[in-house]
Structures are given as structure tokens and as C-alpha cells.
Design a binder for this molecule. Structure first.
Ligand code: SAM
Length: 243
């Protein structure tokens, strides 16, 4: 049975230096468009994983700090940074308690596919507001909360989604088949994220919902399924400025 550390190694293999197919084809083009010019910007990569995205930003002359709660992933990232002679600051820390970071320190906080994995999202958004400069902004991407808790099913009329308890916060436990541990993910309705941003002095400037362009075998095989998927955006990306 594989361990948590093996899982980190396998995640590293999956995303490598570019991100996985969904990162590359669907998410990152939007995130980069919203980031615009990162040169000389002080950026916090929150829930950075093995930091492939931090490295992409650093190669565009951004000044990046990476934070993640997983020591295993941070270690892998550190090794990769050394191999590439990249100097990226990092902390192993809970996103909801950024004790190593000062107030008003960053121009940008970017968090790719991590908010649905972070338990205390109110504390995290509060901390993002604290460490951002005024007029600084946050960009985060996540699995679309509507899509995630919907059961995909099919009857004589074709595919449809069965939506269960959208308005209630809940946890989703993933068994990680073949590994010796479980991961927990957190469902919150979209309004929960938006209201928490507003409560913490953010105003939203961009809201994007995107469908996977990941041409998996099942999607190529089934045109009806592919068309159906395009109508239910798999991811959402929000950009919000601090007042
Ligand atoms: C799906 S991964 C995304 C990683 C990276 N941003 C990427 O795009 O490859 C989610 C990350 O969130 C991190 N994470 C989960 N809870 C966290 C917390 N409370 N504080 C900081 N990071 C956390 C996990 O360790 C994991 O690396």
C-alpha cells in the first residue's frame, strides 16, 4: 500500500513542471490572462503543492513565496528549485494562519485548485486580505461547487445532473484507492465564497467558469457526453481586488 509521501511523489509526476492537462489546457490560460503582468510583482502562491506554478511565475521575473500545508510536496518542490537554481521562498503552513507573513506584503495572491481542499476558508480569505496590499488582488481557481456535488447520470432523454444539497457546506472524503490514507475536500456554495470575499473588503472584478478541454478517452468516445460536459463548467476562477 502506498503512503502519503508516495501520493506526493505521484502528484508531482502528474503535474510536473507544467501542470496536468486540465491545468495546461483549461485553467492556466485563464489564470495567466487574469494575472496579466507579473514581472517584479510580489506573489503568494497559496496551496502551492510542489510549486510548479511558483516556478512558472518565477521564470517570468515574479518574486514568489509558496505556502502549503504538505511538507512532502514542499520538499519535492524545494529539490526541483535547487536543480533549476531558482530561489523561491517557502513556508509549510496552514493557509488560515500565515503567521510568517507581514500585513500588506503582497501585490497578488494566487491559489490554483486549493480552496476546495482548505478546511478553514473564512480564516484563509481573512489572511489573504491581511497580507495583500491595498489594490492588490487574489485569483483562485477551484472545482465548480455545482458540478462537484452533482451526480452525473443518464436516462432515455440523455445525460443530466442530479444536484444534492447545494446550499449546505459538506465534506467529501476521497479514499485515494491504492494509497494508505484519505483526503478530505470541502463543498461550499459559490455564494459562500463570494460573501466571504465581500466581508473581507474584496470586490470581484472577474468571474469565469470553464469546462474541461481534457479530451479523455470517454469524452472522445461519446460525443453526447462531451457536449453535455461543455454545458456544465468543471471549474471556476475568481479575481477579486482588496479595497
Ligand atoms: C489540488 S492541490 C493543488 C496544488 C497546486 N496549487 C497545483 O495547482 O498543483 C491542493 C493543495 O492544497 C494544499 N492544502 C490543503 N489544505 C491546506 C491548508 N490548510 N493550507 C495550505 N495548503 C493546503 C494541499 O497540500 C495541496 O498541495
Amino acid at each position: 500500500m502506498k503512503t502519503r509521501n508516495d501520493y506526493a511523489k505521484d502528484y508531482d509526476k502528474k503535474v510536473w513542471e507544467t501542470g496536468d492537462l486540465d491545468h495546461r489546457e483549461t485553467l492556466n490560460p485563464v489564470v495567466f490572462k487574469l494575472l496579466w503582468d507579473v514581472k517584479n510583482k510580489k506573489i503568494l502562491d497559496l496551496g502551492c503543492g510542489q510549486w510548479y506554478f511558483s516556478r512558472l511565475l518565477t521564470k517570468q521575473w515574479a518574486n514568489v513565496t509558496g505556502i502549503d500545508i504538505s511538507e512532502d510536496l514542499i520538499k519535492i518542490g524545494e529539490q526541483r528549485n535547487q536543480e533549476q537554481s531558482l530561489k523561491i521562498k517557502y513556508f509549510v503552513s496552514d493557509a488560515a494562519n500565515l503567521k510568517d507573513l507581514k500585513d500588506n506584503e503582497f501585490d497578488i495572491v494566487v491559489s490554483n485548485m486549493a480552496f476546495m481542499d482548505i478546511e478553514n476558508i473564512k480564516g484563509t480569505i481573512e489572511e489573504c486580505s491581511r497580507v495583500l496590499k491595498n489594490n492588490g488582488f487574489i485569483i483562485f481557481s477551484l472545482i465548480n461547487p455545482i458540478f462537484w456535488i452533482s451526480e452525473r447520470t443518464k436516462d432515455d432523454n440523455g445525460y443530466f445532473l442530479k444536484l444534492i444539497k447545494y446550499n449546505t457546506n459538506s465534506t467529501i472524503t476521497n479514499e485515494n484507492r491504492g494509497y494508505n490514507f484519505k483526503t478530505t475536500h470541502y463543498h461550499r456554495p459559490i455564494w459562500y465564497y463570494i460573501n466571504t470575499l465581500v466581508e473581507n473588503d474584496f470586490y470581484i472584478t472577474n468571474y469565469e467558469e470553464v469546462s474541461t478541454k481534457y479530451f479523455r478517452w470517454e469524452l472522445i468516445q461519446d460525443k453526447e457526453f462531451f457536449d453535455f460536459i461543455q454545458e456544465f463548467p468543471s471549474f471556476l476562477i475568481i479575481k477579486a481586488h482588496k479595497k
